[in-house]
Unconditional design. Structure first.
Length: 223
């Protein structure tokens, strides 16, 4: 994972996205889903073999879209692993060590964290609104955007990426993520005009897109 996107995310990547079309707290894992608690305990105690650690990473990647779901044991498992690693940013770094779904999920969550962050930028929201006046539904985003552009638009896309992951539609999640990075690259120069502090938006999105494409190719999703 490139350092530039990682350096821009906040410490709280796993969050409820209230006020949108739904929230992760009401979503439930598929039948048969589970995390091996013995692997969690072994990991926290530093006793896992490399193979078992890779197995746990795969299970944690599957848990990510349901981190606020009932039962509360899911949140407890997430907290144990996250606390052991030193925080949510470190959780992404750890998952990124394992090719396949763990690495892909980590990189998608880094993008989600960035989308939440840029949702709070008036310059980015304004640049996106202006862009949509000419292109109401940028390529790959039709069906995911409502007509109005506001400070919930990018956070809403982050929610949809997470929702698609939870539904098992990884290819669609990747497609949506890449369409979003492409859209934000296109508005980067305008956002920079409005706020010079957003000066690396285009570079960050370029790196994010590359990271996701590489991880997706490794995972064999074919998007």
């Amino acid at each position: 994972m490139r350092e530039k996107p990682l350096s821009k995310i906040g410490d709280e990547l796993l969050r409820l996205r209230h006020g949108l079309s739904g929230t992760s707290e009401h979503r439930t894992p598929p039948t048969g889903f589970g995390v091996d608690r013995s692997l969690v305990s072994g990991f926290v105690e530093g006793e896992l073999s490399p193979q078992d650690e890779a197995e746990l990473a795969g299970q944690m990647a599957g848990l990510m879209p349901f981190h606020w779901s009932q039962p509360n044991s899911y949140a407890s498992i997430m907290s144990q692993v996250t606390d052991h690693l030193g925080g949510q940013r470190q959780l992404m770094v750890w998952l990124d060590r394992f090719p396949g779904r763990p690495r892909l999920v980590a990189r998608l969550y880094v993008l989600m964290g960035l989308l939440d962050r840029y949702s709070e930028s008036t310059a980015v929201v304004t640049a996106l609104r202006e862009h949509r006046e000419e292109t109401p539904y940028p390529a790959g985003l039709k069906g995911y955007l409502v007509p109005e552009t506001d400070d919930e638009t990018l956070a809403g896309i982050a929610f949809r990426i997470e929702e698609l992951l939870g539904d098992g539609d990884t290819d669609k999640a990747v497609d949506l993520a890449l369409a979003t990075t492409d859209c934000l690259r296109r508005i980067a120069s305008r956002a920079e005009e409005l706020d010079p502090g957003i000066g690396d938006l285009g570079e960050v999105m370029d790196h994010c897109g590359q990271d996701i494409r590489e991880a997706n190719a490794e995972a064999g999703s074919g998007s």
